[in-house]
Design a protein around this ligand. Structure first.
Ligand code: GYE
Length: 320
């Protein structure tokens, strides 16, 4: 092999950048713009940690934005991701409707969109590549089925109050739908009050106080669309001199650590699991979508139901 040939090969290697320089490693990374709902609940905190851990790993360049529960902030964030020409947009839409225009803008810019956790209502489902999240209607049904089971042999009437999640959000709409589908068919139950507590502890407590006043304490069951609102409501019930978990039976959704602690203390009766730890699966979907590989249009997260008697044994195993 001649000297000049070797030299030629070496300069070729340098030219084609076969030894990875910093700039090349940067170019290999997938830039993802992620717009999160906010920090309204324990569930959301766990979800943010899971998404961040997965998309801050090598191979990704994450641009994270917190919408503080406001759709206008999310739309702004999405437009800024489009202007920055990110590779993939992922977001958890705070409410279901009002996304057509901005999603069309992303499509026109050829930036694929992955929906996480909450769904959108759009006329054209080619506006997003895939949606990963829970089946919220089924979660509502699971809460209702628990209530039916726990009410076996009880004659009724039973007065039920409902703390709804954020108005217009997919989990509030769907959990309500699933719960009512089952409860409305049983004449022993009467839903006497139903109002939004915006998925937060503070609002859950405030609205429960109002319920207790309006119903003069005559409430048998509370269904809360998330654990945080149930935990807020538990405080309101105790302050009203009643025993949560006994005088008022409570079922909520998420399965966060705080719910297991409340169940262990006998103050919450059951929680329906909603798993926020889908960051790793999201990272896979982002990689596939970016590579132009086919992905399922819907990826459902598997989850269970836990009752108070399981709390002590389950608590140390909980990951969120
Ligand atoms: O249940 C609630 C959170 O969208 C599934 O949002 C999520 C819900 C979750 O604030 O705690």
């Amino acid at each position: 092999m001649g000297k000049s040939f070797l030299l030629g090969m070496m300069s070729l290697l340098v030219l084609c950048g076969c030894s990875p320089s910093g700039a090349d490693r940067q170019a290999d990374r997938i830039t993802v713009g992620f717009s999160q709902v906010g920090a309204e609940s324990e569930w959301r905190t766990a979800n943010t940690a899971s998404v961040r851990a997965a998309l801050e790993a090598p191979g990704f360049n994450l641009k994270f934005s917190d919408a503080q529960q406001k759709q206008e902030n999310q739309i702004k964030a999405l437009r800024s991701f489009i202007a920055q020409r990110v590779d993939v947009i992922a977001f958890s839409p705070v409410v279901e409707s009002g996304w057509e225009t901005v999603l069309r803008e992303a499509k026109a810019a050829r930036i694929p969109v992955v929906l996480t956790d909450r769904a959108v209502k759009v006329s054209d489902d080619s506006l997003y590549a895939t949606f990963i999240g829970s089946d919220f209607v089924e979660e509502g049904r699971k809460a209702a089925r628990w209530l039916l089971q726990d009410s076996e042999g009880k004659p009724g009437p039973m007065r039920v109050v409902e703390l709804q999640g954020t108005v217009g959000s997919a989990p509030a709409i769907d959990r309500m739908k699933g719960f009512h589908e089952i409860i409305d068919a049983d004449p022993r139950f009467r839903i006497v009050r139903s109002q939004s507590g915006d998925f937060t502890r503070a609002k859950g407590k405030e609205v429960m106080e109002a319920f207790l006043k309006a119903e003069d304490g005559k409430i048998d069951v509370l269904f809360a669309h998330n654990d945080d609102m149930a935990i807020g409501a538990i405080q309101a019930i105790e302050e009203a001199g009643l025993k949560p978990g006994q005088d008022i039976r409570i079922v909520s959704i998420d399965g966060v650590r705080g719910a297991f602690e409340a169940m262990k203390a006998g103050k919450l009766n059951a929680t329906v699991e909603c798993n926020p730890l889908f960051g790793p699966r999201l990272a896979e979907l982002v990689r596939d979508v970016h590579a132009g590989k086919p992905v399922p249009k819907r990826v459902v997260v598997e989850e269970g139901v836990f009752v108070a008697s399981q709390a002590a044994a389950e608590l140390p195993k909980r990951k969120y």
